[in-house]
Design a protein around this ligand. Structure first.
Ligand SMILES: Nc1nc2c(ncn2[C@@H]2O[C@H](COP(=O)(O)OP(=O)(O)OP(=O)(O)O)[C@@H](O)[C@H]2O)c(=O)[nH]1
Ligand SMILES: [Mg+2]
Length: 361
């Protein structure tokens, strides 16, 4: 999964990126335009590690997240012209946009708009996304209207219909993500990769001495962000220092500052929640592995994340919650106790399930 990191100049993008990537596994292989930095981190999961221990697995494979930091938002705004092409192409495949919002003073690096005002920044960035999408919608609609006159194509007419819906909501200064599009309509506009259609996680970058006020600060800003958006507060500078410490020192430091969870973990947890993602596991002596799916996905769909053959040839899955498997000490003990269930393709996978998938090729 790819997650983009954007924000105004001096809002803490690089500080946050360095924090999140402090323990990166590797540079990602994708081709990125300049002005983007990227890297891959493992999604920490203690359940997976315990499972691997119990099953005596030779290998443990976490799921990963690729973070892409993209500059290009400027205080002047891009209004009619749309956002820079590199900005858009770097964000094309991200499932979530992290937006750093500055809530700290720093005389050496003054806020580009002169003063700290998170509400203004949220609204400004939002409107940059809206205007950008609107110009794409208008351009495409204009072309489509001409085409339809010649072709009378039903497919093009349907596309125009969805674009008109998008245009109406954008002109109402609301993001596309607030439209209730059906799966078919979603598919029609997916190729445009509209920024205002993507979920946004605002990262309020606060002073160290405001950590205890995080919730109150977020509450004040809540009216600024709507559907499929949320906010979390952290102090990027402190988090960057913590991310460079040994585990024991980091823990003491976190406790001292009343930080319940380091940013690296917290942001992943909040992102999963916002996107409705859960994890399931597969486990053998050879390899224990975590997989990411959407909450509500069936066992057959989940099988497809492991291998397309498994989805196509799905017969059934043996299912046990990871904590039960860990408590019992292995699959054999679970079988003997009768806690290993057989589930069909319609079974809705639960967060933390361990699946052994039976399939035909
Ligand atoms: N006081 C304070 N300073 C911070 C915090 N986070 C970042 N800074 C400082 O603010 C300055 C800008 O942060 P960066 O992370 O470089 O911001 P950026 O968004 O990457 O900036 P550009 O890439 O130049 O657009 C740096 O000097 C940081 O040390 C914070 O939480 N508190
Ligand atoms: Mg930077």
């Amino acid at each position: 999964m790819q997650i983009g990191i954007v924000g105004l100049p001096f809002s803490g993008k690089s500080t946050l990126f360095d924090t999140l990537l402090a323990h990166k596994t590797h540079e990602s292989a994708g081709k990125y335009k300049s002005e983007a930095e990227h890297g891959v981190v493992q999604v920490p999961d203690e359940r997976l590690e315990k499972l691997s221990e119990v099953l005596n697995a030779q290998k443990t494979v976490h799921t990963t997240i690729e973070y892409i930091k993209v500059s290009g938002l400027e205080k002047e705004g891009h209004k009619g012209a749309g956002l820079p092409a590199q900005f858009l192409s770097n964000l094309k495949l991200v499932e979530l946009i992290l937006v750093t919002i500055r809530n700290f003073e720093n005389e050496l690096y003054p806020h580009p708009m002169g003063n700290v005002d998170p509400k203004r920044d949220i609204n400004f960035i939002n409107s940059e996304f809206l205007l950008n999408d609107l110009s794409i919608v208008e351009n495409r609609s204009e072309k489509l209207e001409k085409l339809i006159m010649k072709t009378q194509s039903e497919k093009q007419k349907r596309e125009l219909e969805v674009l008109k819906k998008c245009q109406a909501i954008l002109e109402d200064e609301r993001p596309i993500r607030e439209l209730d599009l059906d799966a078919n309509e979603e598919l029609i506009i997916r190729g445009f990769q509209f920024l205002s259609a993507k979920p946004v996680l605002y990262v309020l970058n606060i002073e160290e001495n405001e950590i205890d006020r995080s919730e109150a600060l977020i509450e004040q800003l809540e009216p600024c962000f709507g559907k499929k958006c949320s906010m979390t507060a952290l102090s990027a500078e402190i988090e960057k220092e913590i991310s460079q410490l040994e585990a024991d020192d980091a823990e003491a430091f976190l406790a001292d500052l009343h930080i319940t969870e380091p940013a690296t973990k917290k942001l992943i947890r909040v992102s999963y929640d916002l996107l409705g993602l859960i994890s399931f596991f597969t486990g053998t002596e050879k390899e224990c592995r975590a997989w990411t799916i959407r909450s509500g996905d069936t066992a057959q769909k989940a099988a497809g994340t492991v291998h397309t053959d498994m989805e196509k040839g799905f017969i059934r899955a043996e299912v046990v919650p990871n904590d039960v498997l860990i408590a019992e000490g292995g699959f054999q003990a679970c079988k003997e106790k009768g806690v290993l269930r057989l589930e069909g393709k319609e079974y809705i996978v639960q967060d933390g399930d361990v699946l052994t998938i039976r399939f035909n090729v």
